[in-house]
Design a protein around this ligand. Structure first.
Ligand code: ADE
Length: 233
């Protein structure tokens, strides 16, 4: 079983590379990939760069070129739900693209013909994350994540995304990774730790909490990896 671990920014995968310790680097398609053997399982790790296009390229490459059979995403997000505070963890049950808009043709936001507004995450990985959370005595929220090529720092936009998609958090890569994994039949798991509230202070909060929130998420994802490799699947 080859597991892909993906982030969008260097800070999101640095704690993972640090935990793994030794790896080889492969430059491919304009990006750097890290391959490692970890507890007898194969890992491929990369950060994509920010946004839906780069994350689509990286997820596709990890699966089609490197042969990943499961994909775990670790990173940070802006909170929509008032329940979510900085450093809280949210795992996506389903994801949508909030900036996909052909409503002029009568379609709902986030929809294009032959697509769907939401892509659901893998149920078994969600179940596993609940067991991992309880073993770590951590509470994680399950919810809807909305993705778009925008850093949202605006209360009005954030509330709109919350009301149209029922979203609890927003970020810039999850839904595109979900589309790729769904199309290629690869189970996926998108985890985020909150770095900001997507409001007028978002960019300051993001800068302040990126490292600590990225670490929170990475630590949890590595616990998921430990469980997956122990099961030897
Ligand atoms: N990732 C973390 N915070 C974000 C925000 N406010 N908008 C988009 N992506 C984010």
């Amino acid at each position: 079983m080859k597991i892909a671990i993906m982030g969008a920014m260097p800070e999101e995968i640095a704690p993972i590379l640090q935990k793994i310790g030794s790896y080889k680097t492969i430059d491919y398609a304009g990006n750097r990939y890290y391959e490692a053997t970890y507890k007898n399982s194969e890992l491929v790790i990369a950060y994509s760069k920010i946004g839906k296009v780069f994350s689509t390229l990286t997820a596709t490459t990890m699966i089609e070129h490197f042969g990943a059979e499961i994909l775990l995403f670790s990173g940070v997000a802006g909170a929509i739900s008032p329940e979510l505070k900085v450093s809280d963890l949210i795992v996506a049950t389903k994801l949508a693209q909030h900036d996909l808009d052909i409503t002029a043709f009568g379609h709902p936001y986030g929809y294009v013909p032959e697509g769907s507004v939401f892509v659901a995450a893998d149920k078994e990985l969600l179940e596993l994350s609940k067991r991992v959370a309880s073993s770590m005595k951590k509470s994680i929220k399950e919810g809807v994540i909305a993705t778009g090529d925008q850093f949202v720092a605006n209360e009005e936009r954030k509330n709109w995304i919350g009301s149209i998609f029922g979203a609890d958090a927003l970020e810039m890569e999850g839904a595109s990774v979900a589309v790729v994994c769904n199309a290629l039949n690869v189970p996926f798991f998108i985890l985020r730790s909150i770095s900001d509230a997507a409001d007028m202070d978002a960019s300051f909060s993001f800068d302040e909490f990126l490292l600590t929130s990225a670490n929170e998420s990475a630590e949890f994802v590595m616990k998921m990896v430990d469980e997956l490799v122990n099961k030897n699947i």
